[in-house]
Design a protein around this ligand. Structure first.
Ligand code: AMP
Length: 195
């Protein structure tokens, strides 16, 4: 099964994707994590993306499409994967659809975590506090504002794209983590029963 975890920054996509990886054996494919790893390793890709990410802007579509395709072809994705932070634009969603089609696969479910902006801002402030100043370079109040703007401009239109495909399911992302996990499990179980 191939699942897209969808939502704004701080909505809990990563947390829930990690839980799915452990419980269902579906690898979490986080483009944000892959790009941060490239920065940490000092690769050319990392150098190219660092400033863009620090500003809370999107790295070019071809860059993330390339790294996702390469990662998806590793054997641990044989049974599918959970996409976390990808796709973020319509061209990325189209590229993902055609990449999967070429492999006789498809996106089965898109799970949207719905969270109000005020709650997102509070969560990221909390994450900054907990990291003691050595957390993510893009976790600053100013950059978060830009990441939210970018989300509503470029990424939110994907909701309509997936709704039209009949794949979108929305979950209350403001509920406690365990309640969100339970809601997601029920959605996946139901989709599996339908085949
Ligand atoms: P994330 O960890 O998903 O919040 O991503 C952190 C940053 O990495 C984003 O603010 C973007 O700069 C970049 N990034 C991650 N995924 C994508 C993507 N699918 N498209 C473009 N940029 C991305």
């Amino acid at each position: 099964m191939n699942i897209v975890m969808f939502g704004p920054p701080g909505s809990g996509k990563g947390t829930q994707a990690k839980i799915l990886e452990v419980k269902r054996g579906l690898p979490q494919l986080s483009t944000g994590d892959m790009l941060r790893a490239a920065i940490a390793a000092g690769t050319e890709l990392g150098k190219k993306c660092r400033e863009i990410m620090d500003a809370g802007e999107l790295v070019p579509d071809d860059v993330v499409i390339g790294i996702i395709a390469e990662r998806y072809d590793l054997p641990d994705c044989d049974k599918g994967a959970v996409f976390d932070g990808f796709p973020r634009t319509i061209p990325q969603a189209r590229a993902l659809d055609s990449m999967l089609k070429m492999r006789s696969r498809k996106i089965d479910l898109v799970i949207e975590l719905k969270v109000n902006d005020a709650v997102l801002i509070d969560r990221v402030k909390q994450r900054i506090k907990e990291s003691g100043g050595v957390g993510r370079a893009d976790d600053t109040p100013e950059t978060l504002q830009n990441r939210l703007t970018v989300y509503y401009q470029n990424t939110a239109p994907l909701l309509e794209y997936y709704k039209r495909q009949g794949k979108l399911v929305t979950v209350d992302g403001m509920a406690p983590i365990e309640a969100v996990t339970t809601a997601i499990a029920a959605i996946i179980d139901q989709a599996e029963r339908k085949g």
